[in-house]
Structure formats: structure tokens, C-alpha cells
Design a protein around this ligand. Sequence first.
Ligand SMILES: Nc1nc2c(c(=O)[nH]1)N[C@H]1C(S)=C(S)[C@@H](COP(=O)(O)OP(=O)(O)OC[C@H]3O[C@@H](n4cnc5c(=O)[nH]c(N)nc54)[C@H](O)[C@@H]3O)O[C@H]1N2
Ligand SMILES: Nc1nc2c(c(=O)[nH]1)N[C@H]1C(S)=C(S)[C@@H](COP(=O)(O)OP(=O)(O)OC[C@H]3O[C@@H](n4cnc5c(=O)[nH]c(N)nc54)[C@H](O)[C@@H]3O)O[C@H]1N2
Ligand code: SF4
Ligand SMILES: [Mo]
Length: 734
Amino acid sequence: MRRREFIKVSSLLSATAATAPTFLLGGCAAKPLPGTGNVTATPTICDMCFWKCAGHVYKEDGELWKITGNDDDLHSGGRLCTRGTGGPGAYLDPDRLKTPLLRVSVDGRQTFQPVSWDQALRFIASKMQVIADTHGPERMLMLNHGAGSSHFRHLLRAYGSNCHAEPAFAQCRGPRDVGFRLTFGESASSPERTDMENSRCIVLLGSHIGENLHNGQVQTLAEALNKGVTLITVDPRFSVPAGKSKYWLPIKPGTDMALLLSWMNVLIEEGLCDTDYLEHYAIGFEQVAEHVRNYTPEWVYLETGIKPDVIRETAREMAKAAPATVVHPGRHAVWYGDDTQRSRAIAMLNALLGSWNRKGGFYIPEKIDLPSYPLPDYPEPKYRVSDAYPGKWPFAGQGVTNGVIDASVGEDAFFKGWLVYGTNLPQTIPAVEEQLKAAVDSLDLVVVVETMPSEMTGYADVILPECTYLERYDDIRNSGERSPSLALRMPAFEPKYDSKPGWWIAKRLGHRLGLDDYFPWEDYSEKLDWQLKQVGSSLDEMQKIGVKNFPRKTPMYFREGERVRFRTPSRKIELYSQQLADKGFDPMPVYTPPDPVPKGYYRLNYGRMPAHTFGKTTNNPLLFELSPENQLWVNPLVASEWGIRSGDYVRLGSPKGVVSNKIRVRVTERIGPDSVFMAHGFGHKSKRLRLTAGVGADDASLMSNIKIDPIMGGTGMRANFVTFVKERPAGAAT
Ligand SMILES: Nc1nc2c(c(=O)[nH]1)N[C@H]1C(S)=C(S)[C@@H](COP(=O)(O)OP(=O)(O)OC[C@H]3O[C@@H](n4cnc5c(=O)[nH]c(N)nc54)[C@H](O)[C@@H]3O)O[C@H]1N2
Ligand SMILES: Nc1nc2c(c(=O)[nH]1)N[C@H]1C(S)=C(S)[C@@H](COP(=O)(O)OP(=O)(O)OC[C@H]3O[C@@H](n4cnc5c(=O)[nH]c(N)nc54)[C@H](O)[C@@H]3O)O[C@H]1N2
Ligand code: SF4
Ligand SMILES: [Mo]
């Protein structure tokens, strides 16, 4: 078993060396039997995506051997996915940022110059001080993603700004969380609080779980399938879960709302709703009944292409299994701009089935009450992030990336400085490049904290090289789940090159800003140890075990007949939303047909591939070797019309004249003739990402028709069209 893992890694490495800049796994390749030397195991929390699986870094005689899951970690089922196992590639990547870099002008040309940490931090602190003195600290904005952001959030709070925005909201799950909150008073959480392991019926709309590889979630779906769950997958593409489903509904893209409303119609018309639950907990049932009356399966068939008897049969399947039915809330929910309303429709359907906080539907997450380290209070900021775009997106609840970027353009811009942590905005926000350029032209300071020379670093004044997750402490993992647990990330290695842990950077910058009181620890481990001791553990214990599980203190589901006060204005589940009506929005979701596909064009469909996380792993030598490029799924009819075959390389063009990099074609019946499909995260432009630069196509660059959700500012990305471009245009990258 061990030997096989070893061979796999070493053969990967030798193959990599042929195409990639050479790197070595410490010399363990020379050892005949791995695991026979002095083996140590250091706890970690994977950072290859945002799911946070706990694992161990194994070293043999001090050299990296492998990373595996932590058996005690219920969140990951004790296993890491392909990307998690490829974590060493992030540490060993020779293209990593190695030293702080400062933008300078040499002979009239701008370039980055390596500088010391002292110089870099002095520069940043002096600019931040001027911003605070001249405009107020709230004018400093953080754009961030990932667990490591917490150190910099803390720094900015101490400095006086609570303005931040992350793509995980406006480019990802914002509409879902807002839609669920409007309905149930709570979000669907991350990790999602779906009780799939106890479900008897699971409905997926999009949500290509299996390609979307959030480890624990894939395992619970697999478990449910083993137990004979009825899986209903709604996806225009024959996705991985579609292949495992009892019902695959190949819906016409962009028409899910009609289907959801029709399912509600069937449940209500056929008396299949959980009336006790609704009487007890919900308001607005009569209005919903009236509202969905016209969304008959016959009418909806014309919109969705899903036959009326299939709509009825699947609704009955859901009702039969209810409340152990979960209509999955999805995660990447920014589709057509009416996404909060679509997410509300999903929430409402779950409510009609009585599945919210019932076994097999959704559970009530519980986490540990982990005290914060005693520190001075943060100063009270004068402005909130929403003051940067007054009157817009009333239900956003969090910073909206597009809004804050707009509010950074021009002399009178609201924001004067940015701290960007762990997010690659040029690839992450479609059609943003012009705005980004205008923003960084206006800003007084742009700091980018990164591990890799991503496209975003090209916009920075100062680039700070953070060490990877394998070389640092971060905050304790304490997420709400079915059973509470704590998990530790600690350094398995010294930081490579001149990179530093985030906590160290934040502390040093805090020192230069006179904020020492907020950073009383010499080493972050002191802070973690203090926190752990408050809950009966210690750093010492966690260094040995990595994950500590605690018993639940509260019930996981509503108890029979229990009185519940929901966190909505009415204290009930709001099928009818007065909150939305008061702000001029539809109180119940209304279906709007999607824009039709222009002649000669195809819908640009996109999603995940198992071996990569967006563009953040495509340069990882181990994962590059497994999956070097993305592919374009093309229906055989389309392929024959254009005379293209599997394996050919093509370019795509957008209606705005943008032409993509070359992308390899995969001709397959699994996609319909109105769309093409690719994985997001490829087509990097940064030449310093030497493996992946110019490889594959970037979906974001082809998106120009963006549908902003008026309720919360989400970036609807699915209303985009592409066509095939025969000739290589002048100036194309590859
Ligand atoms: N391996 C891997 N796993 C990941 C990630 C990763 O980068 N790599 N990222 C993680 C993150 S942050 C997120 S947000 C999630 C995202 O993962 P999901 O939430 O699952 O993403 P979706 O956009 O819902 O799903 C994409 C699917 O929607 C289908 N689709 C396209 N248009 C329509 C439509 O109009 N109607 C319906 N019903 N389906 C449609 C596509 O064919 C595709 O199968 O994945 C997570 N998991
Ligand atoms: N066109 C299009 N756009 C999308 C999507 C899509 O499918 N298509 N998906 C959307 C979704 S669901 C999401 S969640 C967002 C995600 O978008 P982002 O949050 O921007 O995620 P990544 O693109 O993975 O960029 C993460 C960056 O963090 C850097 N990084 C990695 N590890 C570390 C670390 O330890 N420290 C620091 N400081 N930096 C690190 C990586 O090098 C990388 O440049 O994108 C959204 N945008
Ligand atoms: S799902 Fe995979 S990449 Fe994401 S944290 Fe878990 S092991 Fe790491
Ligand atoms: Mo996401």
C-alpha cells in the first residue's frame, strides 16, 4: 500500500521533470522502503481548496514523504482528495514567490524589485498611515479569500477598517446564502448543512458533486447512493452525478426557476406538502399556492424541455421521501442574475417538503464556543463597506467585489488602498480587467499577499510572499457541522525562500502601525495554545492528534412539535417575503426566460474538474502532471458542423470579439448542441507561472454579458455565448 503510493509520487515526479522546471522531493526517491526510516507526522489542514480537510504531513528522516487524511477527521472522512494529496506540489513549486517585491521605475519602465521585509513593510505602513490620517482608515479595503485571511482581517480591524469583500460572496454562494436567510433566517452554511447521509431523496440543480470535489460532501453523496437514495439531477450536461441518478433532467439552461415553481405547483395541487410543518412554522402558504397556480407542468415543459409526467413523478418522489428529502442549495449560485430568487425557490421547496432542520433534509450545525484571545476592542469604524455603494443591493450583507472595485476608481473614489489576500481577481471576476486597471491607477496603495505570481500580483505596488499552508500556523478550524470539532494547522517545514507566515506579516505590519497591543504573541502558537486551553485542550495535545472531536450539546434536528423562533422578521419561515416586497422586489420568485442563444453561437457552460481548484492549482507540478489542461466539451452535431474532432485544438470567440487561447476538444454526447463546456481556472496570462501560462482557455475572459443580481450584487455568469474561431488572431497568447 505504502509502496504503491510512493511509486505513484516518484513516477509523477520523474515525468514532471521532463516538461517542468526540475524539482526534487528531498531525495526520498533514493530510499527503497519508505516508512522504514524515522517517520514523523505533523498535523495540517489542507488549503488546496476551501473545504479544510485535516491531514498529516509525513516526513521520513526529516524529508517530505506524503500527505494523507487524518483518520479522526469526520469532516473529510479521514481522506484527502487528489488535490489534497498533491499538496506537496504547492510547497515545492519552483515558481513560488520568493521575496518581497516592490514596484519601481527603472529608466521610465515599471518593474518589480526584490526588497527586504523591512523595506516592504516600511513602505506599506507609511502609505497606510497617510491614508488613515488623510482620509480615515475605513478607506483601506481588504479583498480576500481563504482561511489565512483572518490575520489580515484582524490587522485591518485594529487599524480601523472593517471594509472587506470576497469573491466567495458575489462570485459564488452569496445569492444562495441571502435567499436562504430571507426564507429561514439562516444560511445553508459552509460546509453545507445538508443531511445527505440520511436522505432518501436528493435533488441537485447544477451542483456537479463529484466534479465539484468537496471531499466530505462527495463521500456523503456516495454513502447515500449506496443506501439506495433516489437521486434527481437537473443539469443540461450529463454530469458525474447525472450518471448516478434515477432521474436525469437535462433542462434547457437558465430555466430552473420554472421547474422549481412547477414542482411547488405539483406538491400543492396534489396535497403533498407537509401541512403540519407549514402550519407550525411558515407564513405565506396561501400566497405561494396562488403564485404557483399557473406554473403547470404542461406550461413549464415548453420552457424547460422537461416532460410534464417527469415533473410530476419527480415531485412525488420528493414528497414520498420527505422530510428526508434535500433539494440541495448548490454553492456556485451566480448563474443568471435572478439567483437570490432561484435560491429562495429552492428554500421554499424544501420548506414545503418540511425538510429544513429535519433528519435527511438539513441539520442544525454546532460548533465549539472557542473564546477569542483577550485583546483591546477594535476601534469603531465610521463607515461600513456598503457606504462605498450607497443604495445598491440592499440584501448583500457582505462586501460586493464589483461594488468595491467601482468605488476605487477616480480621484474622489471611496477607497484609497487595497490589501488583496489569496484571491486572483483578474480570473475570478469576469470582465473586470478594465475596471481593475482603472482602480489601481487611482489607488494610493495596492498590496498583494500571495504564494504564487498570479495575475493579480501584476497590479500590486508591493507583493508579499506568504509561505504555503504547510509552513505555517493559522487559526484553529472550528466550523459548524453535524458534530463539533477542532483542527490544527501547524508548520511541517520551515518557510522556503524568504516567504513568511501570514500571522508574522500581519504582526510586523501592525508593529509599524503602532498596533502592538493587538499582537501580544511572539509566536502564533501562543495564541492558539491559550485558546485551546480554554476548551480543555492544548497546543501540545493538538500537535499530537491534529483533530479533536467533541460531543454535541444540542439536538441536530427540530424536535416533534417544538416551538421555534426563526431569525426572520416574522419569526417564521417566510414563504412570502415582506422584506423583499418592502424594498420593491418580488416577494415570491418569478420566472424570466433566459436570453436566447444568438445564431452561430453556443452557451458557455463551465464548472469544476476534480484535479484542480480554479486557477490556484494549475501550476502545481504534481497536479499539472495529472491534468495539464482543460478541455472543451462539444456535442457531435456541433463538431461535425464545424468539422472538428476530439483532440483538435480550437479557439473560442465572444460576441465582444475576445478570442480565447487554444483549447483541446472533447466530442461528447454528454453536452447538448446548444452549449459547450469547460473547467474554470485555465488560460493563465502570468508568464511567471511557467507550467500553466497560456495553457487552456479561460472562461472568465469570454464573459461579457454579466447579469448582476439586484438583490445582493451577485455576478451572474451563465448568460454568455461563444462561437468557434478558425484563424489565430494577431497578438493571441498561444
Ligand atoms: N475539484 C474542484 N472542486 C470544487 C472547486 C474546484 O475549484 N475544484 N470549487 C469549489 C467551489 S468554491 C464551489 S462554489 C463549488 C461549485 O460547484 P457547484 O456548486 O456544483 O457548481 P454549479 O455551478 O452549481 O455546477 C456546475 C454544473 O451546473 C450545470 N449547469 C450549467 N447551467 C445550468 C443550468 O442552467 N441549470 C442547471 N440545473 N445546471 C446547469 C453545469 O453543466 C455543471 O454540471 O465547487 C467546489 N468544489
Ligand atoms: N469565470 C469564472 N469565474 C469564477 C468562477 C467560475 O467558475 N468561472 N468561480 C467562482 C467561485 S465559485 C469562486 S469561490 C471564486 C474563487 O476565486 P478566488 O478566491 O480568486 O480563487 P483562486 O482563483 O483559486 O485564487 C486564489 C489565489 O490565492 C493564491 N493562494 C493560494 N494559496 C495561498 C496562500 O496560502 N496564501 C495566499 N496569500 N495566497 C494563496 C493562489 O495562488 C491564487 O492566486 O471564483 C469565482 N469566479
Ligand atoms: S476537498 Fe481536497 S483540496 Fe479541498 S481541502 Fe479537502 S483534501 Fe484539500
Ligand atoms: Mo465558490
